[in-house]
Design a protein around this ligand. Structure first.
Ligand SMILES: NC(=O)c1ccc[n+]([C@@H]2O[C@H](COP(=O)([O-])OP(=O)(O)OC[C@H]3O[C@@H](n4cnc5c(N)ncnc54)[C@H](OP(=O)(O)O)[C@@H]3O)[C@@H](O)[C@H]2O)c1
Length: 208
């Protein structure tokens, strides 16, 4: 699959490494431009490319958004061509001071959705600490795999993202629809930043 990643930091950089290891082609963009990403792309290997943000959108089947929440409008607002792309929102609504932003009755992905018109949006990769994403993937069938929840209104997009999570060494957990599921994945929820198995995660999700 052609995977694009907006944001090349803790989450974006480590997701890029994991997706490339699983055999996907990754294009990575940040705020400073492709020249600043040549080193990372070279380190990842021949199936990684430093890119502009618009090229990421244009050339990818699936785009992971891994930028700070406070930068989302400047990062996404000018981009075009989201129609029918799978967009995976890994952002959490923290302010510049790392306080949880009060979004009223809305979830963060409802704001993201408005910035990627026509995309099939999925909430995933927002609950796992980047060091676990980088280091704790385990082969399929391993007993102590960690779980990653996935919420979306689009069953086909959700399936693609769940398969991708499985390929990189984690157990995907279907967490229902975008808003209801996304709410259960927010900072402070019982499954947020918890190194737990799929069974433990499903148990927790039935209680919230
Ligand atoms: N850290 C975690 O463990 C973790 C876990 C789950 C979810 N998340 C979420 O993932 C997101 C990224 O977190 P992080 O820790 O990976 O942050 P980070 O290490 O600070 O990386 C942020 C990345 O976003 C890029 N960026 C900033 N503004 C941009 C713009 N306007 N256009 C394009 N790229 C832009 C930065 O590029 P430049 O360096 O060029 O500015 C950088 O590559 C956040 O929303 C966070 O809540 C983080």
């Amino acid at each position: 699959m052609q995977i694009g990643i907006l944001g090349s930091g803790n989450i974006g950089g480590n997701a890029a490494r994991a997706f490339a290891r699983a055999g996907h082609h990754v294009r990575i963009a940040n705020s400073r431009g492709p020249a600043s990403l040549q080193g990372l792309a070279a380190e990842i290997g021949s199936n990684a490319e430093a890119s502009t943000a618009q090229d990421v959108v244009d050339a990818s089947d699936l785009i992971l958004i891994a930028i700070p929440w406070t930068r989302r409008e400047e990062a996404l607002g000018e981009l075009e061509g989201w129609d029918d792309k799978i967009v995976v929102d890994a952002m959490n609504a923290y302010t510049e001071d790392f306080e949880i932003e009060d979004l009223g009755s809305k979830t963060s992905t409802e704001f993201t959705r408005a910035l990627v018109p026509g995309a099939h949006i999925v909430k995933a990769f927002n609950t796992m600490f980047y060091k676990r994403l980088a280091n704790e993937g385990k082969p399929k069938g391993a007993k102590d795999r960690l779980a990653i929840p996935v919420a979306s209104d689009d069953p086909a997009a959700k399936r693609v993202v769940m398969d991708l999570i499985d390929e990189i060494g984690f157990d995907p957990v279907d967490n229902g629809a975008l808003v209801e599921g996304g709410r259960k994945q927010q900072p402070g929820s019982p499954i947020y930043n918890q190194p737990i198995s799929a069974k433990e995660m499903r148990d927790q999700l039935t209680r919230v």
